[in-house]
Ligand binder design. Structure first.
Ligand code: MN
Ligand code: MN
Length: 461
């Protein structure tokens, strides 16, 4: 006969970080100061890459040279096309025993400019956009926007663009209809109320003197020429992104949360990078990989499906005379991407017992996917068991996370592309409220626990 106490222990119950590890509250606040700086410096994948490279070189990481054999403890990195970071600390064990990987993505949903973006309509100058990733279009009008990116002129020279971030910079915005005239618009379903063709960015209204046709557009082009030495055609060979023009900020009287643009998935990217920077001598080679294009399917040369990662790994393995496929087979990966936090405001979309909640720690996703685990790598029981043991042994608070009710939708991430390479992989990350919105919210304790989880993997034997 079991006692009441023993019976209670049979039930699965998780605790908040505040209850289980009160010391973590101050540590999480500290950790998140660096994270907020990262967010403010990294609103695009290019900027996230450049800022990560700064942190890496400051910590003694050197450019990886294929063909070189590196001693244990050596810190190396390489950058793929300014949009991906591949960094490693060489372990004491032979690569045949595999490596420990923490991976995350550094692209976020936003509005990209079209190749021929500038136009004028009835005295107002606009930039035409094509949204990148899964945006809810109604969330993007009437917020301040900044323009970030690069432009290549006809002669091949390059200009870096960043307007809207400095205190005295102008910003941009998209307009919306006033409620007084919004009766018809208000009848439309959310997904149809703001069509993509109306996501046009206000760029100017002052006509160029003496011009009869397109005087506002011409004035905009004159200003662009004066500032950047470019003409309209140069915008064709450009990557310009409109992103929210505000910095990361604390949320709540208790300052327990962070509100910012682009936390999916820079919150996990920062955790993974910080873990690599903070870990000492590792036994298995520790690899941190920050990739692009997750929001549109991990495609292209800078996405997780690109061969760039395999090339880096093959070069690393070659230096120690190891076959890459043997190394992969013995490797382990935490694929860090944000998960949906349970939102009591929209409770009907979630299944409470299997949803991640704020302040319960890093969310482990055995599988993501949509409607029947489609496109999920579905980690094995063995993989989940290993991570559970590792986190418990390192006092890392964790919780299980499914996206929400099965028939409501779903989503994928980069875990499957690592698993496809024959690397045991578990998806893990920070629970987020308002995911993909221009202002996403996370809990600081969860950010900190995700960092601790990444670090625990690197420190494993
Ligand atoms: Mn993501
Ligand atoms: Mn996403």
């Amino acid at each position: 006969m079991k006692t009441t106490e023993e019976l209670k222990n049979l039930l699965y119950k998780n605790e908040t970080v505040a209850d289980a590890a009160p010391d973590a509250i101050a540590a999480a606040q500290d950790f998140c100061e660096g994270y907020k700086t990262f967010l403010d410096s990294a609103k695009t994948e290019r900027e996230a890459t450049a800022y990560s490279e700064k942190l890496l070189t400051a910590a003694g990481y050197q450019k990886f040279v294929p063909g070189t054999s590196y001693a244990p403890g050596t810190k190396v990195y390489t950058i793929n096309r300014e949009k991906c970071v591949l960094a490693a600390t060489i372990g004491t064990k032979n690569l045949e025993e595999g490596f420990h990987l923490n991976i995350a993505h550094i692209d976020s949903p936003r509005l990209d400019l079209r190749p021929v973006p500038v136009f004028e309509k009835t005295g107002i100058g606009y930039l035409r956009t094509h949204y990148y990733g899964g945006v809810r279009k109604y969330q993007w009008p009437t917020i301040p926007l900044a323009l970030h990116g690069v432009i290549y002129r006809a002669d091949g020279t390059r200009v870096n663009v960043c307007i809207g971030e400095k205190d005295d910079d102008p910003v941009f915005c998209i307009t919306d209809l006033l409620p007084h005239l919004g009766a018809e618009q208000s009848k439309k379903p959310l997904g149809e109320a703001i069509p993509a063709e109306t996501l046009n960015i206000l760029v100017g209204s002052q006509p160029l003197q003496g011009e009869e046709k397109d005087a506002v557009k011409r004035n905009v082009l004159v200003l662009l020429h004066e500032k950047y030495g470019i003409c309209e055609e140069d915008l064709i060979s450009a990557e310009l992104c409109a992103v929210p023009a505000y910095e990361a900020m604390d949320i709540g009287l208790d300052r327990s949360m962070i509100g910012a643009y682009g936390q999916d998935d820079r919150v996990c990217a920062y955790a993974a990078l910080r873990a690599l920077l903070d870990v000492g001598q590792v036994q298995k080679t520790a690899v941190c990989l920050l990739v692009d294009k997750e929001e549109i399917g991990s495609v292209g040369v800078s996405g997780m499906q690109s061969a760039a990662f395999d090339t880096f790994m093959a070069d690393l393995c070659a230096a120690s005379g190891t076959r890459r496929d043997v190394c992969y087979e013995h490797s382990f990966c935490l694929s860090a991407d944000v998960t949906a936090a349970y939102d009591p405001n929209f409770a009907e979309a979630y299944e409470k017992r299997n949803s991640a909640r704020f302040n319960y720690g890093v969310g482990l996703c055995k599988y993501t996917g949509a409607r029947g685990k489609s496109e999920a790598s579905d980690a094995s029981a063995e993989v989940v068991a290993r991570v559970r043991r590792m986190l418990d042994a390192n006092s890392v608070l964790w919780q299980m996370a499914e996206l929400g009710k099965v028939d409501y939708g779903g989503g994928g991430t980069i875990a499957q592309y690592m698993a496809n390479r024959n690397i045991d992989t578990l998806d893990a990350g920070v629970p987020v409220l308002s995911m993909h919105a221009p202002f996403e919210t996370v809990s600081k304790l969860d950010c900190y626990m995700t960092y601790k989880a990444m670090k625990a993997l690197y420190e494993e034997m």
